[in-house]
Write a protein that binds this ligand. Structure first.
Ligand code: TXA
Ligand code: MG
Length: 319
C-alpha cells in the first residue's frame, strides 16, 4: 500500500519534494485521482507507465496551474481559447499543437500535440502552484482497472508511488471530457465530466471522432511523429549506413551514429529515452535506424509496441 498523506501545507510540501526528485505522487483532482509526475522529466514520466503497467505509451494529460502557463506549452486557436476561458479550471482537456521542448516527448507519446487541462481542485491547484511546473497525470489505477475517486483507492494496486495526497472524494468522479480540433473546429475525443451540451453552448456543434481508439493508438494518428528513417528491428549490429539504437551492456562498439537506451538494461530508463533517442538518431540523416532486441517484460512490451509501429510500412500501421 502506498502511504496516504493529508493534503495540508506539510503534505503538499512533501509531495512537491517527491515530484522534484522525479518520484510519482497520486493527487486528487475533481474528476479522478491522478498519478502525477514532472511532465518535463522523461525519467519521471516513464515511471508512470511502469507503475500502471501500460502495455502501450498512451499520451498523457498534462495538468497546469492556469491558462497562461498552458499558452506557453501549446498553440491555442480561437475556439480553444474560448473553451479554456469558460471552463478552466474544470473537467475539460484540450488537445492542441505543442510548442517545442517544454514537455517530455514520452508524456505526449511522440505526438506533435499535447493534451492539457487546469484541474478544478484546491489541492491540485495548490500543488501545481507550489511545484511551479506541469504535471503529467493519467488516472491513478493499474491499466485496465477502474479509475480511483478516493485516496484509499489510489493507494491500492500501484507500486513505486511515493505517496497519495488525500484531498477527499472526487466531486465529478468521471474523467475529463477531451476535445481536439480539426482545422480549428472542435472534435469530441472522449466523453467525460463536462457534458457535450455545455461545451457546444460555447463552441458550437462538436463532431465526434469515430475512431475512438485513435488517441490510445498514437501510431494511427496522422500527426504522430514517425521517424523519417526506416527502422530495422532486432538488429545485432548495424550495416554501414545505419544508425544504431542499442540496449544493455552487450551493445557492440560501432563507428555508426549510435545511442544506448539503457547501458544497464533498465527498461524504465529505456522508455524514458526512447522518443528522444529516435529523434536524435533520425537527425543523424541515416536512412535506416537499426534497433537491438529489447526484452518484452515490464515496459519492454510498450517499447516494442512503439518500435513495431514505427517500423511498419507507413501506409499500414498496425492497430
Ligand atoms: O480527468 C482526467 O482527465 C484524469 C485526471 C487525472 O486529470 N486524467 C486522465 O488521463 O484521464 P489519462 O492519461 O487516462 O487520459 C489520457 C488520454 C489518452 O488515452 C488519450 O485518449 C488522450 O488522453 N490524449 C492525451 N494526449 C493526447 C493527444 N496528444 N492527442 C489525442 N489524445 C490525447
Ligand atoms: Mg485512465
Amino acid at each position: 500500500m502506498t502511504p496516504i498523506r493529508t493534503a495540508d501545507t506539510i503534505g503538499v510540501a512533501a509531495a512537491v519534494e517527491a515530484l522534484r526528485r522525479g518520484d510519482l505522487v497520486a493527487i486528487p483532482t475533481e474528476t479522478v485521482y491522478g498519478l502525477a509526475a514532472d511532465a518535463r522529466d522523461d525519467h519521471a514520466v516513464a515511471k508512470i507507465f511502469a507503475a500502471k503497467k501500460r502495455p502501450r505509451f498512451n499520451p498523457l494529460i498534462v495538468h497546469v496551474e492556469n491558462l497562461s502557463v498552458a499558452r506557453e506549452m501549446a498553440v491555442f486557436n480561437p475556439a480553444a481559447l474560448a473553451l479554456a476561458e469558460r471552463f478552466w479550471p474544470g473537467p475539460l482537456t484540450l488537445v492542441l499543437p505543442r510548442r517545442e521542448a517544454t514537455v517530455s516527448l514520452l508524456a505526449t507519446a511522440g505526438l506533435d500535440t499535447v493534451a492539457i487541462r487546469v484541474p478544478n481542485h484546491p489541492v491540485a491547484l495548490a500543488l501545481l502552484s507550489a511545484f511551479d511546473g506541469p504535471l503529467a497525470a493519467p488516472s491513478a489505477n493499474p491499466s485496465g482497472r477502474v479509475s480511483p475517486t478516493r485516496a484509499e483507492h489510489a493507494a491500492e494496486g500501484l507500486s513505486g508511488v511515493a505517496m497519495v495526497l488525500d484531498g477527499g472524494p472526487c466531486v465529478v468522479g468521471l474523467e475529463s471530457t477531451i476535445v481536439g480540433f480539426d482545422d480549428g473546429q472542435p472534435v469530441l475525443l472522449r466523453a467525460g465530466g463536462l457534458s457535450r451540451a455545455t461545451i457546444e453552448a460555447v463552441a458550437g456543434p462538436l463532431s465526434i471522432r469515430t475512431t475512438q481508439g485513435a488517441p490510445s493508438a498514437p501510431g494511427q494518428l496522422a500527426s504522430h511523429y514517425a521517424p523519417r528513417a526506416r527502422l530495422r528491428l532486432n538488429a545485432l549490429a548495424p550495416l554501414p549506413h545505419e544508425a544504431f539504437l542499442t540496449f544493455g551492456h552487450t551493445a557492440p562498439m560501432t563507428a555508426n551514429p549510435s545511442l544506448n537506451l539503457s547501458p544497464s538494461g533498465d527498461l524504465t530508463e529505456a522508455a524514458a529515452n526512447l522518443f528522444a533517442y529516435l529523434r536524435a538518431l533520425d537527425s543523424s540523416r541515416a536512412s535506416v535506424i537499426a534497433v537491438m532486441p529489447i526484452p518484452v517484460d515490464g515496459l519492454g512490451e510498450a517499447i516494442n509496441d512503439r518500435l513495431q509501429r514505427a517500423a511498419a510500412p507507413r501506409d499500414e500501421v498496425p492497430e
